[in-house]
Ligand binder design. Structure first.
Ligand SMILES: N[C@@H](CCC[C@H](N)C(=O)O)C(=O)O
Length: 259
């Protein structure tokens, strides 16, 4: 099979993006998807995203991790697919599309994409960490010396350990910089390594830091390895709504590949 692909990145979280409105792409071939994401034998990416037609909305997003398996929501991927939909003239500056966790509203202005995330009403608090689902599962843990941390080793221990086991969780290590700014490093399930940024991850960090009283602000800035993202939200009795993930999404290159 031969096809066109595009490469996008959102604060360094990078994706192979394919226009699958004709449904030409074989979604059942996980080995092939993993190969396309392989940084030595393929194009190289943290994940692969398909843009497909939707019967009533602007489009549908289908997301696969770099391991080739379809997974839960990807926030940076969601921002990249909005930029891709704009590039294809599928949308203008505002959109509503469907992803695995439900409907998402989004807005694009130049290369800045604002993506509305799913509401969060449950944040589990433990002695050293918090756990919440922002479309994908996230373990959030404050750490000392974040720059010296081996995120791959420490993240994998948590991701494969109790209570997550095989199903796993993404793992976010956090350091507070100021009253409304945090540095975040994320180990991503399905990539099984540190990625430069994770959209559902920084969303989880912003809400967890608000929930635990580390910030009182409804706008939180998150410094990732690949750049800055911000999260705005409303909170009522521990229930978070109107959550927006905001940051750049950029087309890097396009090409054709035979597989
Ligand atoms: N990079 C993503 C998260 C992608 C999903 C994750 N790896 C999982 O399987 O839970 C993001 O930007 O949110």
């Amino acid at each position: 099979m031969k096809g066109h692909f595009y490469k996008y990145q959102g604060t360094g979280n990078d994706f192979v993006v394919i226009d699958n409105r004709s449904l030409f792409f074989d979604k059942t071939n996980n080995k092939n998807i993993a190969k396309l994401c392989d940084r030595r034998f393929g194009i190289g990416a943290d994940g692969l995203i398909l843009l497909e037609n939707h019967p009533t909305l602007d489009f549908k997003m289908v997301y696969f991790n770099a391991d080739g398996r379809e997974s839960s929501m990807c926030g940076n991927g969601g921002r990249c697919i909005v930029a891709f939909a704009k590039f294809l003239d599928v949308i203008e500056n505002k959109t509503t599309f469907e992803a695995i966790d439900g409907l998402h509203n989004a807005e694009i202005d130049a290369n800045i994409v604002k993506l509305q995330m799913t509401d969060v009403s449950v944040i589990q608090t433990f002695k050293n960490h918090q756990f919440l689902d922002t479309g994908s599962p996230h373990h959030v843990q404050l750490v000392e010396n974040i720059d010296d941390l081996d995120v791959k080793v420490n993240g994998a221990q948590i991701r494969y350990g109790e209570p997550y086991n095989e199903t796993g969780s993404n793992v976010n290590f956090v350091h507070q910089i100021s009253s409304d700014k945090f540095r975040v490093r994320t180990y991503e399930r399905g990539v099984e390594d540190e990625t430069l940024s994770c959209g559902t991850g920084v969303t989880a960090v912003a809400l967890a830091m608000h929930n635990s009283g580390k910030t009182a602000s409804n706008k939180v800035v998150l410094q990732t390895q690949g750049g800055e993202l911000s999260i705005t939200f409303k909170e009522n009795n521990g229930r978070y709504s109107d959550i927006w993930l905001i940051g750049p999404a950029t087309q890097v290159f396009k090409g054709e590949i035979e597989w």
